[in-house]
Design a protein around this ligand. Structure first.
Ligand SMILES: NC(=O)C1=CN([C@@H]2O[C@H](COP(=O)(O)OP(=O)(O)OC[C@H]3O[C@@H](n4cnc5c(N)ncnc54)[C@H](OP(=O)(O)O)[C@@H]3O)[C@@H](O)[C@H]2O)C=CC1
Ligand SMILES: C[C@]12CC(=O)[C@H]3[C@@H](CCC4=CC(=O)CC[C@@]43C)[C@@H]1CC[C@@H]2C(=O)CO
Length: 277
């Protein structure tokens, strides 16, 4: 039996001076994670495509007390850029303590449209870039006995309608990183992997995309971001946030009550009432 020691209680001092990469940090949950980390006195390297937004996030991080704050802009559609971000951390800090993989490429909330190329591109952005960053960062994370935090979704554990491409990429994350965690435990690699299963969160992009169809109220992105950092620092295997809706869907998936819950959550009305392909 492998006993795996992890801190019992979270203290924000755990992050002071830690070197942390946050992807998808120009808006939404990633932006809020950067601000929490800054308040805690961490070194933050944030990345996304939009340079102007990243510049503002970095300036705010410095105001909030980050030990240091910098950004690298580019698209995770290209796994070479993913590796470049990790190399920037190595060149700047000489090491890495926490890798927070959070970004997602644009997809749609509607019936699957048959576009295989869209799924191929989304797998590059939402999944393979996470793997590429992990591979490049692993030597530093082994040295620091650090943390990998992978942001996923209820749609990556209990599939629902209208998000087949997105859901496929999130299931891929669970398959790969949960298997990798088993290998780390077998090999005594003291790098934690935390998979964050999130319910509906009140980010602009998500609300714009699905508020017409999802009847439950979204949870606050600020609290969600703090819970992600906390679960990573405590080296938890999984975070379910908010606990109620996520556990409910996981317990009932595939059974009739679960399908009723899905139908309750996802109103059949969609934007434009498009017909199924
Ligand atoms: N909000 C929700 O309801 C839920 C969210 N989640 C997960 O939480 C995470 C964050 O979601 P959320 O904050 O809502 O998302 P947002 O859309 O608010 O943020 C997405 C981030 O990813 C960046 N991004 C988009 N495309 C690319 C690209 N090609 N390359 C690099 N970066 C890119 C965006 O910046 P830019 O455009 O500048 O590149 C932005 O910083 C995601 O993994 C999502 O799946 C899970 C369940 C529910
Ligand atoms: C709402 C939810 C999580 C999301 O944010 C995505 C949505 C499916 C369509 C999307 C496409 C995008 O390009 C951005 C993300 C998102 C709005 C997902 C459907 C169920 C997910 C949920 O409620 C919690 O996991």
């Amino acid at each position: 039996v492998y006993f795996y020691s992890a801190p019992e209680n979270f203290n924000e001092e755990m992050l002071r001076g830690k070197r942390v990469i946050v992807t998808g940090a120009s808006s939404g949950i990633g932006e809020q994670m950067a601000y929490h980390l800054a308040r805690m006195g961490a070194h933050v390297l944030v990345t996304a495509r939009t340079e102007a937004k990243l510049q503002k996030v970095v300036e705010r991080c410095r105001e909030l007390g980050a030990a240091s704050a910098r950004f690298v802009s580019g698209s995770m559609e290209d796994t070479a850029f993913a590796e470049e971000v990790v190399k920037e951390a190595e060149n700047t800090w000489g090491g890495l303590d926490m890798l927070i993989l959070n970004h997602i490429g644009h997809s749609y909330f509607n019936y699957f449209d048959g576009d295989v190329d869209h799924i191929r591109k989304l797998l590059e952005t939402n999944f393979l870039s996470y793997v590429a960053m992990t591979v490049t960062a692993l030597p530093m994370l082994k040295e620091s006995e650090g943390n990998i935090v992978v942001v996923s979704s209820v749609a990556g554990k209990a599939p629902g309608p209208f998000a087949a491409p997105y859901s496929a990429t999130k299931f891929a994350l669970d398959g790969f990183f949960s298997s990798l965690r088993h290998e780390f435990i077998i090999e005594n690699v003291n790098v934690s992997i935390t998979l964050c299963i999130l319910g509906y969160i009140d980010t602009d992009n998500a609300m714009q995309a699905v508020s017409h169809a999802i009847k439950v109220a979204p949870s606050p992105k600020e609290e969600c971001a703090l819970e992600i950092i906390r679960s990573g620092a405590l080296r938890q295997h999984e975070l379910h946030y908010p606990p109620g809706i996520v556990n409910g869907m996981l317990l009932l998936r595939g059974q009739e009550p679960g399908l009723r819950l899905q139908r309750f959550l996802f109103d059949r009305k969609k934007k434009g009432e498009g017909a199924a392909p």
